[in-house]
Design a protein around this ligand. Structure first.
Ligand code: F6R
Length: 244
């Protein structure tokens, strides 16, 4: 795992966007895996600015998002489909039909999981997967204890995750209790991974990631088994122990 230390959230966002833009510009076509949450918002803003200024084109880009809440349609402002449209897709020249997010309101959720996994394969797999990390070590919505062998599946969200995400909802009770997420094995199949980490509340997770064993009780630890992981983390997220 390669660690790039940056000053703050803004610099993390800029460096992450540069990393992605370079891949998009150099590839004839590319499949990007994308994350939601607070961490990548600034990165998406930088991608949009660059698209406007430098005309980086997303015509040959296909995207697969990590996850979606169960029960929310894409029209719901708290859905990840809505978030992606608002933060990125509506502002770049990507073909909407090239953007994939699990359907949280699918009638048959099990079928949706199988379909999503097959769609990723059918498109040739993910070239670059962008990840954030939960303070409990979750990646996607793979909570602690998830088997490393899982593909796309339905999960019960951990109380700490529902609490962390309540800031986007009117109340904590409104945060869905389930989600569809790419599994750990889906994520590990990506050719390359870019993990973004910002802020003091992620410090403990970063220490565990660097110093702990690979263990299903800390899902992100599996990234140590992947041959091509870059982590961009800001000063607030990197404690002394990791820095030295
Ligand atoms: C989002 C996702 C999650 C988040 C994680 C961190 O698609 O899969 O794993 O990356 O919960 O969230 P933030 O960035 O809000 O701290």
């Amino acid at each position: 795992m390669k660690l790039i230390e940056v000053k703050d959230y803004q610099e993390m966002s800029r460096r992450a966007a540069e990393f992605i833009i370079e891949k998009v510009r150099n590839a004839h076509a590319i499949n990007l895996g994308l994350a939601t949450g607070g961490t990548p918002v600034g990165t998406y803003q930088c991608l949009v600015e660059d698209h406007k200024k430098n005309l980086t084109s997303y015509k040959n880009v296909t995207t697969f998002n990590l996850d979606e809440y169960v029960g929310l349609s894409g029209k719901n402002p708290n859905s990840y489909r809505y978030y992606m449209n608002e933060n990125l897709f509506n502002h770049i020249d990507i073909d909407a039909s090239h953007t994939h997010i699990p359907q949280g309101n699918a009638e048959d959720l099990e079928k949706e999981c199988i379909f999503y996994e097959q769609e990723i394969e059918r498109h040739g797999g993910i070239d670059l997967q962008v990840l954030g990390i939960g303070s409990n070590g979750h990646i996607g919505f793979n909570e602690p204890g998830t088997s490393f062998n899982t593909g796309t599946h339905i999960v019960d969200l951990a109380p700490s995750t529902r609490e962390a995400n309540a800031r986007y909802f009117a109340s904590q009770e409104e945060v869905p209790s389930k989600a569809i997420t790419m599994g750990i094995s889906t994520i590990l199949k990506s050719k390359e991974i870019l993990l973004l980490v910002s802020g003091e509340r992620k410090q403990e997770a970063l220490v565990k990631l660097f110093e702990g064993e690979v263990d299903e009780r800390f899902p992100a630890s599996v990234l140590k088994n992947h041959p091509c992981v870059t982590i961009i983390a800001d000063e607030a997220a990197i404690p002394e122990k990791v820095r030295n």
